[in-house]
Ligand binder design. Structure first.
Ligand code: PBG
Length: 324
């Protein structure tokens, strides 16, 4: 008790690093990359200053520069030149993600872990993550086979990990079976297991051209008011064969990150999403917030809550910062 105990004794800059409980490491980071089949040079995303869509010619250089910073993994989002009702260009061997993965693997080799986001919303003309009925219902079961095919095409191109993000029931099981049936039994699945229906994905939809033409994603993504449901979602994905699980978004859902990690003790990722990125950028550009400190505090908080890995658009900035 005071005055014997003085909590401030260890708060001097001399002792702080010694007694810090949580540390960020470059190896915690996963860097998203957008690759656009329709462009010939990198193109900055309006709502995400500092983040670019890469072309099929520039994507391998970008991946190499990420790898040189010591970041262990990337996750690829594709923007195809053609979309249709059923997302045909998600799974062709010569479609955008498949080409990008091959180009990156050719140039960067095996040190960099290449994950692929596995969803249909960038490939469907209506922008939803599944097949639709005439009455605009999002159909679960007919979507599963397409997700399986897409996973196999990613693995065939050389993807190290596939990451289904569409929140269809049974998607992890369907993808696991498709991978196993095609001799990819060692390809892990990182499931976007607890993905909320979030306004913070707003800038991403510009980034990935994945806005929807009707309705919203509330019939498949989770209600922000729910916690126990997240635990059930994660439990089901683990049963279906998920090797790693993700909570998304990150900062508004740290309670979920905490509970999921505590309960399942699985390799757990949190996705610091586009809106979380853009808010910090906008405030710092207005001189309202110190960007570097805001990024550090955000990411350390995500790790403190229990995340083993953080997907973030600040990955390169943070890697540079951690080096210096
Ligand atoms: C695709 C997908 C989305 C994000 C990742 N995968 C968008 C969505 O569900 O609408 C969002 C990522 C971000 O906002 O950074 N299903």
């Amino acid at each position: 008790m005071f005055p014997i105990t003085r909590m401030r004794r260890l708060r001097s800059s001399k002792f702080r690093p010694l007694v810090r409980e949580t540390r960020l490491d470059v190896k915690d980071l996963i860097c998203p990359i957008f690759v656009d089949e329709t462009i010939s040079k990198p193109f900055e995303i309006n709502a995400m200053p500092g983040i670019f869509r890469q072309s099929l010619d520039s994507v391998a250089d970008e991946a190499a520069s990420i790898s040189e910073l010591g970041i262990p993994a990337i996750i690829i989002f594709g923007i195809p030149s053609e979309k249709d009702e059923t997302g045909t260009h998600a799974y062709g061997d010569d479609d955008v993600v498949q080409k990008a993965v091959r180009a990156i693997k050719r140039q960067v080799g095996n040190d960099l872990i290449v994950m692929t986001d596995l969803c249909l919303c960038e490939y469907t003309s209506h922008g939803h993550c599944g097949m639709i009925s005439d009455s605009h219902e999002i159909l679960n079961d007919p979507t599963l086979e397409i997700l399986g095919k897409t996973a196999v095409s990613h693995a065939r191109a050389g993807a190290d990990i596939v990451a289904p993000s569409g929140m269809m029931d049974g998607m992890v099981g369907a993808i696991r079976r498709a991978l196993d049936d095609n001799d990819f039994k060692d390809t892990p699945i990182m499931s976007y297991a607890a993905k909320y229906c979030s306004v913070f994905y707003g800038p991403f939809r510009e980034a990935a051209s994945s806005g929807f033409s009707f309705g919203d994603r509330a019939s498949y993504q989770m209600d922000p008011g729910n916690t126990d449901e997240a635990l059930r979602e994660v439990a089901l994905d683990i049963e279906e064969g998920a090797d790693m699980i993700m909570v998304k978004p990150a900062l508004p859902y740290l309670d979920i990150v905490y509970r999921v990690k505590k309960k399942f003790k699985m390799p757990t990722a949190a996705y610091h999403v586009s809106g979380e990125y853009s808010m910090i950028k906008a405030a710092s550009r207005n001189g309202w917030i110190d960007e570097k400190r805001a990024v550090y505090e955000s990411l350390i908080s995500i790790k403190r809550a229990g995340a083993d890995m953080i997907l973030t658009y600040f990955a390169k900035d943070m890697a540079l910062e951690l080096k210096s």
